[in-house]
Design a protein. Structure first.
Length: 604
C-alpha cells in the first residue's frame, strides 16, 4: 500500500541544497506541500513515510547530520536542530525516521578515526540510513548489563570492493539488539557490545557495522514492532550469530564504548528536545486556530477565560522548553564540559513539559482532537500520541534524572571557582547574536567539573533582573517573584540533598524529586539569562511577557502554583495568534526581531 504525501507540483529543485540557509528555504517549500491527510493515512496503515524520506534525501537534509569538514552542512549544532524541529512540526514520525541517522552516526563523530568518519559521511550523504544499536530485549536502558558480545576472532575476508588489504583480525558478534530505530531499513548500525566479561564500564566497545559487509547467514533483522505512537517508524531489531566484523570497525579504543556512548548521548539528548519543540509547535498552532474558530455561547472558545488560560499556559511551557533548548544547543559549542548535566536536565524537562501541554491541549479540544479532516493540520491526538516516545529515546526520564542525582555534589554542594573564560563562554551560550566557536567534541566531559553556569549565575542574574523590572507593574513583578522562588528553591535543594545517603543501594524517591525540581530551576535560569542578554525581539518581550509565562511553568514543575496576571494571559493569547498569522510556529524569537538580531541566525 502506498500513499502520496508530497505535492508533485511543488518547486523543490533537482539538486541537493549547498548551504544550510538554502536548505531551510527549500525545506519550508517541501513541508508546506505535504498532504496531512496522507500523513494520517500512513499512520493508520503503519506505513513507513518512504516518499517523504526520499524527498528529504533528494533535498540533502541528511547532510545536516554530517560535519562540514567531511562534506556535510553541520557547522553549528542548532542548524541540525532547526531542521529536526521543522520535520517534527509536520510529523514526529517523519522526524524520527529521518533524524535517527544523526543519532546512529554521532558516536563516530565523537570518537571515530578519520577513515570511519569519511566513510560514514559518504554513506549518509548518499542517503544511507544509520541506526544505533544500544538496547536489548531483557535489559532495556541498563547498558552495563548488555549481553550482546564481541569475541576476538581471525578470518580472511574479501575487501576487493574497497581496494583495502584483506582484514584477518576482528571480532564475532553474538546476540540481539531490540527496539532499534531503522534496524531493518538502515544500511549500517553502530553496535554496543561486550568485549570483556564482568559488566564493568571498560567491558564494552562500539562497532560501526555495515550490514552489506556481513555474511548473510550470520545476522538477521527482527520484525517491526507495532507501536502506539510513531506507527510508521521502523522500530525493529537485529540479531547476530557469529557475524565477523574487522578490527577497523571498532569505534574508539576497545573498552571505551560506554564512555563514548555517554558523551554521544549529550548531543542526542539535546537533539531530542527539538523533536518536542516541533510537536509543540504543531499542537499549539492546531489548538489556537481551533479556539479562535470554535464558537460557544456567542463567543469564540479562545474568548472564554478558562480555555484561554489553558492555551496560554501551554504556550508558556513551550517558551520555557525553547529557552532551555537554545541554551543547551549553544552550550555544546561554548561550554561542552557542562553538557552532561545540561543535556540530562533538558532531556527530562523539555519532553515532559511538552507532554503535559499536549495533554492539556487535547483535553481543551475534546473529541475533536480525534477527528481528522477538520483542518489542514491533521489530528492533535496523533501529535500527542507520537510525541510520547520522545521521553524514552536516548535515556528515559528515570535515566536522565539519575544522571542529575549522580551530579548533586558538583551542581549543588561545591562552590567551585569558575574561570574568566568560563564566564565569557557562558555569556556566549545565552546571547543569541554572539558567534559560536567551532564544535569541539573532544571537550565533552562525563562530569561538569566546575559546576553549571546557569546555577552558578542564578542569584546574580535575579539581582540584575530586579534592577531591570518594575515592581509596580503586575506582570513584571510576577516574573521577578517567580525568579526569586527559583533562587530559594536551589538553596533548599542544596540543603536537602546533602542529607541523602551518599551511596544508596537504590536511589530514593526524594532524590528523583530533587532532580526534577533542580531541572526546572535550570530551565528557569536559562529563560532569565536569555531575557537579560538579548535585546527585545517583538511584542513577547514587552513587560517581560514571555518570561512571565515561562517562569510560571518552571514554578509549576517544582509544585508551586501561582496565577499569571489576567492581563498577561490576554496579551499572551493575542501574541500567540499574531505569531501564527505571520509565521509557521510560536517562538520567543518573533519574526519582528530587531535588525541586529535578524542578521544572526537565531538558533531555535
Amino acid at each position: 500500500m502506498t500513499f502520496g504525501a508530497v505535492d508533485s507540483g511543488a518547486d523543490l529543485g533537482s539538486d541537493p541544497a549547498r548551504s544550510i540557509d538554502e536548505l531551510e528555504r527549500r525545506l519550508e517549500v517541501l513541508l508546506e506541500s505535504v498532504d496531512m491527510q496522507s500523513v494520517e493515512d500512513l499512520d493508520d496503515a503503519d506505513e513507513f513515510p518512504t516518499e517523504l524520506v526520499a524527498a528529504l534525501d533528494r533535498l540533502g537534509v541528511q547532510r545536516c547530520y554530517v560535519p562540514t569538514q567531511f562534506g556535510g552542512l553541520l557547522d553549528d549544532y542548532s542548524s541540525a536542530g532547526r531542521i529536526v524541529r521543522a520535520l517534527s512540526r509536520v510529523d514526529v514520525t517523519l522526524a524520527v525516521a529521518h533524524g535517527k541517522t544523526f543519532l546512529g552516526a554521532v558516536s563516530a563523530w565523537v570518537a571515530g578515526d578519520e577513515r570511519q568518519r569519511e566513510r560514514l559521511a559518504q554513506l549518509i550523504c548518499e542517503g544511507k540510513q544509520i541506526s544505533w544499536g544500544l538496547t536489548e530485549r531483557a535489559r532495556g536502558s541498563d547498558l552495563l548489563s548488555g549481553e550482546v558480545r564481541a569475541d576476538t576472532a581471525e578470518m580472511q575476508v574479501d575487501s576487493s570492493r574497497t581496494g583495502d588489504e584483506p582484514d584477518t583480525a576482528g571480532f564475532r558478534l553474538y546476540g540481539e539488539k531490540w527496539l532499534i530505530n531503522n534496524a531493518t531499513r538502515g544500511h549500517a548500525v553502530c553496535v554496543l557490545a561486550r568485549t570483556r566479561d564482568g559488566g564493568t564500564a571498560r567491558g564494552y566497545s562500539l562497532f560501526l557495522v555495515e550490514k552489506s559487509e556481513l555474511d548473510t547467514a550470520s545476522f538477521d533483522t527482527l520484525p517491526k514492532e507495532p507501536t502506539h505512537g510513531i506507527r510508521g517508524a521502523d522500530i525493529s531489531g537485529i540479531s547476530f550469530d557469529g557475524a565477523f566484523v574487522p578490527a577497523r570497525t571498532l569505534v574508539g579504543p576497545e573498552g571505551h564504548g560506554l564512555e563514548i556512548v555517554l558523551k554521544a548521548l549529550q548531543l542526542t539528548r539535546t537533539m531530542c528536545c527539538y523533536l518536542s519543540l516541533g510537536a509543540s509547535d504543531h499542537a499549539l498552532a492546531m489548538t489556537a486556530r481551533f479556539a479562535r474558530a470554535r464558537v460557544l455561547y456567542g463567543r469564540s472558545l479562545g474568548d472564554l477565560p478558562a480555555a484561554r488560560t489553558v492555551l496560554v499556559e501551554s504556550f508558556g511551557g513551550h517558551l520555557l522548553a525553547e529557552a532551555l533548548t537554545v541554551v543547551a544547543s549553544r552550550s555544546l559549542h561554548a561550554l561542552p564540559g557542562e553538557q552532561s548535566a545540561l543535556a540530562a536536565a533538558s532531556k527530562y524537562l523539555v519532553p515532559s513539559t511538552v507532554e503535559k501541554s499536549l495533554l492539556d491541549l487535547r483535553r481543551l479540544m475534546g473529541a475533536r482532537s480525534l477527528v481528522p479532516g477538520l483542518g489542514s493540520d491533521g489530528t492533535l491526538y496523533k501529535v500527542e500520541r507520537d510525541h510520547r516516545i520522545v521521553s524514552l529515546f536516548d535515556g528515559n526520564t528515570v535515566v536522565n534524572l539519575n544522571t542529575i542525582v549522580s551530579q548533586f555534589s558538583v551542581l549543588l554542594w561545591k562552590n567551585t571557582a569558575r574561570s574568566t573564560q568560563d564566564e565569557i563562554d557562558f555569556r556566549i551560550c545565552t546571547t543569541i547574536a554572539e558567534p559560536l566557536p567551532a564544535l569541539d567534541l573532544a571537550r565533552l566531559s562525563l562530569v561538569p567539573r566546575r559546576g553549571l553556569g546557569l546555577l552558578a549565575n542564578l542569584e546574580s542574574s535575579v539581582t540584575a533582573l530586579g534592577c531591570l523590572l518594575d515592581r509596580e507593574h503586575d506582570g513584571q513583578a510576577y516574573a521577578l517573584r517567580c525568579a526569586e522562588v527559583l533562587v530559594r528553591t536551589v538553596e533548599r535543594l542544596s540543603r536537602q540533598t546533602r542529607l541523602l545517603d551518599r551511596d544508596p543501594v537504590e536511589v530514593p524517591t526524594a532524590a528523583f524529586v530533587a532532580a526534577e525540581h533542580l531541572s526546572a530551576c535550570i530551565a528557569g535560569a536559562a529563560a532569565i539569562q536569555i531575557y537579560l542578554n538579548n535585546p527585545p525581539i517583538g511584542p513577547l518581550w514587552s513587560d517581560a511577557l514571555w518570561l512571565q509565562l515561562a517562569l510560571h511553568t518552571a514554578l509549576d514543575r517544582i509544585g508551586v502554583r501561582s496565577s499569571v496576571p489576567i492581563d498577561s494571559i490576554d496579551a499572551g493569547y493575542s501574541v500567540l495568534l499574531d505569531q501564527l498569522d505571520h509565521r509557521s510556529h510560536p517562538t520567543i524569537f518573533d519574526a519582528t526581531a530587531s535588525a541586529s538580531v535578524k542578521q544572526e541566525r537565531v538558533n531555535t
